[in-house]
Write a new protein. Sequence first.
Lengths: 265, 255
Amino acid sequence: MADTVRTYLLLAWTWLRASAQYPGPLITMAVGAFAINMLDVVAIWVIFEHTPSLAGFGLAEVMFLYGTSSLSFAVSDMLFGNLDRLSQHIRTGSFDAMLIRPASAFVQMAVDRFSVHRFGRITQAVIVLAIALPRLDLPWSRAWAVPPMILCGIVIFSSLFALAGAAQFLLTDAPEVANAFTYGGSTLTQYPLSVYGRDLVRGVTFVVPLAFVNWQPALFVLDRPDPLGLPYWLRFVSPLAALTLAAVAALAWRAGVRRYRSTGS
Amino acid sequence: MIEVQEVGRSFTVGRRRDRRTVHAVRDLSFTVGAGEFVGYLGPNGAGKSTTIKMLTGILAPTTGRIEVAGLDPSRRRTALARRIGVVFGQRTTLWWDLPLRDSFELIRHLYKVDRVVFRERLEELSSLLGLGDFMATPVRQLSLGQRMRGDVTAALLHDPAVLVLDEPTIGLDVVSKAAMREFLSRRNAEHGTTVLLTTHDLGDIERLCRRVMLIDHGHLAFDGTLDDLRATVPEEKSIEDVVARLYTGQATTGA
C-alpha cells in the first residue's frame, strides 16, 4: 500500500516536471477548467434569482451540495480520472508497456500524464464551499460530518472511475458509455436529489450509490427530513457504500486485466 | 529459464452471429535453458507476439502452463517484471514525453535499483550503445535507432536474467543493426543473459542464434540449430529460401 502511494507520487512528480517545460497550455487549461465550472455556479445563482428555494433547499444549501459533490469529484478526477482513457491506451499499445513494469498497472494508468491542469476544478470547488459553509452557520455537532462526507465522495467517484476503466477491457469501442456514470454522476449530485424522479433517486441510492456522495450525509449536516421518506440511518451509510463500491471496482479491474487481450502484433 | 507446456491461447472475435474462436497459439511446448540465445521465427500472424505477451505476463494463456525465471507470468506479473527485460521493436516502452535520462531514473525507482549500481550499469550501457548525445532528449524526438538503443538500455538496467526482444532490429539501418547485434551477442556472452528474440530479419538469426524455433499456425514447426534448419531443405542454399519454403509449407520438418 505504502509502495503503491510512493509509485503514484513518484510518477506524478516526474510528469509534473516534464509538463512544466510547457507551462503555457497548462495554465490555459487550468484557468479554462476553473472558468467552465464557475458557469455551473452562475447557473445555480440564476435559478435562485427566480425562486427562493429549489425543492425546499435555499441557495447556500444548494451551493453546499454543489461544492461537496464538486470537490469529491475534482479530487478523484485528479487522482484517477485518466482511468477512463484506458481504451485509448489499449489501442495504441501503451497499456502493454505498463504491464511489463514492476508496478501496478492501475497506478501507472491513473497517473499517466499527470499535470497541473487537474487542479483547476479543485480550486473552484473549494471556493464554492468557502462561500457556502459560513452562510449555513453549522453547529459542530453536525459540521464534523463534512470532511468524512467529502472523503466518502472521493472514494465513490474514484471507484466509478476504476469501474469505467475496467469496463473498457470489454467495451474498447465505446468508452463513452462509462462517462454516463462518472461525469453523469458528478452532474447529478450537484443538485438536491429531490428535484429528480423518485425512481431515479432509488436507483442512485441502492444501485449506483451516488446518493451517498453528498445527498444522504448532507441531509444530516443540514438537519433536513428526507423528502422521499427513506430511513434516517441511511445518512450514516456512506462509508459502507464507498468501501463496498471500492471492493467491487477492485475486483472488476482485476478481472479486466486478467481477460485483457492486447492489440495485434 | 523459460518453460512452456502445452500452452494454447484463443481469442473470440466478431460479434453476435459471426462470432468465432481464433486459436493464436495451440499446444505449444518448449524449454529455453539459462544462457541460451534463441531465435523465434514465424510468418506474420503465426503467434509470435502472442507467445511473447504470454511469456511476459501481458496475456494469460487459455490452456497450459508457463514458467519464466521460476514464476507464472500472468499470475506473478510484477514480480516477474524485476527478473525479465522486454523490448518491443514496434513501439517504445519508454515515456514518450520524458527525456531519456528521466525515463531511466524512473526505471531505477520502479525496479528499486541501488543508486551506485544503477550509475555503473547506465555508464556501461551508455558507452556500449552510445547514448551520450541524446540523454537529455525527450523520447518522442529520438530517431528510431536512438529510441531502440534507449529501449534496450531500459530493459537491462535492472540486470534481468531473461531478455525478451520482439523485433529489436526492425527499421534499423545496416550500421545500427550491426551495432545492435554486436551488443546483444556480447551481452549474452558476458552476462549470461538468456535471450529470446523474434525477428523477420534472418541476418539476426544467422549472426546471433545458436538455436531457432519456428512457429506456424500457432504450432511449433521447427526447433533446432541453424544447421538443422538448413538441412530440412537441402536443395536451398540461402537461409531466406529455406525459411520461405517452411513458411509456405513446402517442406517437411522434423522437429
